[in-house]
Design a protein. Structure first.
Lengths: 183, 122
């Protein structure tokens, strides 16, 4: 069975910190949420997409409904949410979905952290999201078959790219020593 | 209490192997194709035969595949073992002038079990 190879670095601040075992990382978009569950030291346990229909006006409440199910299934010690590059420019719908997700995690008594895209790109020394996705495909071979092609400028981003973003955010969260807690 | 494992890692092993739920269901001779999906979600537990076939399929012990469930059940069993030990110890050693052999055997078993656990921990 192909297992996620651990990092060559021996030190893992996450393991020695108060949050020891499992991180649920999510990349929130308006109509879908990409998630990845990473268990210490660095094993990819679960990953996937939770999709909402474009015409689903109850998207924020749907996010609030899905979050407790994911938390009840994976029992994370921490939830990591990716932060868009410019929060002010982020669409209202994305912001509402993020708030619903964060509120549901707080109700489940799970601490919520956020990590910016530039932060996790810096961890893997990648300039673009595709570079981080390639790094994730190398670190977690199970993700490699789903690695998308580099996006042309006129093409839209595939939904599955958010799974790689979530995996990158979760892995970077475990590596970084400084973390921003949101709730 | 923080749980160190999720209920089951069946989905993890399956996805790492690249098999689909339908393929796993066929291999382990599950009664219905959607059984694997329900097991992964934690909606139901597998039968003994299916669990053993999953162990053979993935090469991982059943207790490791269903680590969270095992952890939860282990806590309950340990609690009941302690209650049972207290009950046995509270029983009289002699009845009608005769020793109770089953009580001694049970106490010896508890003692041996406790020694094994201490040896494993050390």
């Amino acid at each position: 069975m192909a297992r996620c190879p651990p990092l060559p670095e021996a030190r893992c601040p996450f393991v020695n910190g108060p949050y020891r075992r499992r991180v649920l990382a999510v990349d929130v978009h308006a109509t879908y949420i990409g998630f990845a569950v990473i268990e210490a030291p660095q094993h990819l346990i679960a990953w996937g997409l939770v999709q909402f229909t474009k015409h689903d006006r109850a998207t924020p409440s749907r996010a609030g409904f899905e979050t407790p199910r994911m938390i009840a299934r994976f029992h994370p010690d921490a939830v990591v949410v990716t932060m868009p590059r410019n929060l002010k420019l982020a669409k209202d719908r994305i912001a509402r979905v993020r708030e619903a997700f964060t509120a549901a995690a707080v109700r489940a008594k799970v601490p919520v952290f956020e990590i910016g895209r530039l932060e996790y790109l810096a961890v893997f020394k990648a300039r673009t999201r595709y570079g981080a996705a390639v790094a994730m495909a190398e670190r977690y071979p199970a993700l490699a078959p789903r690695l998308h092609k580099p996006r042309k400028i006129w093409q839209s981003e595939g939904h599955y790219a958010s799974v790689f973003d979530a995996a990158a955010a979760g892995t970077a969260f475990m590596i970084l020593k400084r973390r921003r807690r949101v709730a | 209490m923080v749980r160190s494992h999720i209920d089951n890692y069946l989905g993890t092993h399956r996805r790492h192997s690249g098999l689909s739920q339908a393929e796993v269901a066929w291999i382990v001779e599950a009664e219905f194709p959607d059984v694997i999906s329900r097991i992964e979600r934690g909606d139901r537990l597998p039968t003994l035969k299916v669990a053993l076939r999953l162990e053979v399929l993935f090469g991982v012990p059943v207790g490791a595949i269903f680590a969270g469930t095992r952890e939860h059940l282990a806590r309950r069993v340990e609690h009941r073992v302690r209650v049972h030990y207290r009950r046995i110890k509270a029983q009289p050693a002699m009845t009608k002038g005769r020793r109770v052999p089953s009580r001694e055997a049970k106490l010896a078993w508890h003692g041996a079990r406790l020694s094994r656990r201490r040896a494993v921990r050390s």
